[in-house]
Write a protein that binds this ligand. Structure first.
Ligand SMILES: [Zn+2]
Length: 258
């Protein structure tokens, strides 16, 4: 069985966490980076990772989708908690920008950018990797991350334009592939253009995937990400599994050996 690492999972949102984690282990998943979206979610992620030490590694963050529900004291509380936990987490995330019309309506661009800057300065101060959401905001996100002096960033489920992908890769940042690599054109193109050593695998579970046959994802679906990437690259699955896992171990500083 191939050993794989799911580098972006919303474990706090899974309906049956224990069975999902068992399925994951049975599918060869040796580590999961669990990402937080808001304060409540960060609390849950901290707890889940303590209960599953050695398998689940916590990343705490503040997702741009959450900003519409928060005032400035809510944002400050979230940042403060992340800082308190900083020595226990492997990354800051999920953070980023989202310029989808429905998101901007409740969380204007300026608010999103100011919040992201605060999170990036934390990451910079404590030399933490970041896991980045950048839907329809690829260029602004990249520029803020670079200007903040961040050394390690993964642009998760990247579907952006080739010019920004080029900047990302030239700066030494990574992108990650979800099960949408089976069918989503922009995501497939980005994976094709990215060298295998700049790629991570993830599920972003419990996101719904599929075109005709939709399904709710869990960490075990990382195998779909793996197979799709291997097929797109024309490289053996075992090679992609090993390479992406080693990149993840180095990037997040995971206590794993392959
Ligand atoms: Zn996510």
């Amino acid at each position: 069985m191939l050993k794989v690492i799911d580098t972006h999972a919303h474990l706090d949102e899974l309906e049956n966490l224990e069975s999902a984690l068992n399925n994951a282990k049975e599918s060869g998943v040796v580590a999961i980076v669990a990402v937080g979206s808001n304060h409540q979610s960060n609390l849950k992620i901290s707890e889940i990772s303590q209960n599953h030490e050695g398998l689940v590694y916590p990343a705490l963050g503040l997702h741009p989708w959450e900003l519409g529900n928060l005032d400035s004291s809510g944002i400050n509380l979230t940042l403060k908690f992340i800082e308190e936990k900083i020595s226990q987490i492997v990354a800051i995330g999920e953070i980023g920008l989202d310029y989808d019309k429905r998101v901007i309506k409740v969380a204007p661009k300026e608010l999103q950018k100011e919040t992201l800057k605060g999170l990036l300065s934390l990451a910079r101060r404590y030399a933490k990797p970041i896991t980045i959401h950048s839907r329809y905001a690829w260029k602004d996100t990249f520029e803020l991350v670079k200007e903040a002096g961040i050394e390690k960033a993964v642009f998760h489920w990247f579907t952006g334009v080739p010019s920004v992908l080029k900047d990302i890769l030239e700066t030494g940042y990574l992108i990650s592939a979800t099960p949408a690599a089976e069918y989503h054109e922009e995501h497939r193109r980005a994976i094709k253009e990215t060298p295998p050593d700049k790629l991570l695998l993830e599920t972003d579970c419990p996101v719904m995937y599929g075109r005709e046959n939709k399904y709710r994802s869990q960490p075990a679906d990382i195998i779909r990400s793996l197979k799709a990437v291997a097929a797109l690259k024309g490289i053996d699955e075992s090679v992609i599994a090993r390479q992406t896992a080693n990149t993840a171990i180095k990037f997040f500083g995971l206590n794993q050996s392959m």
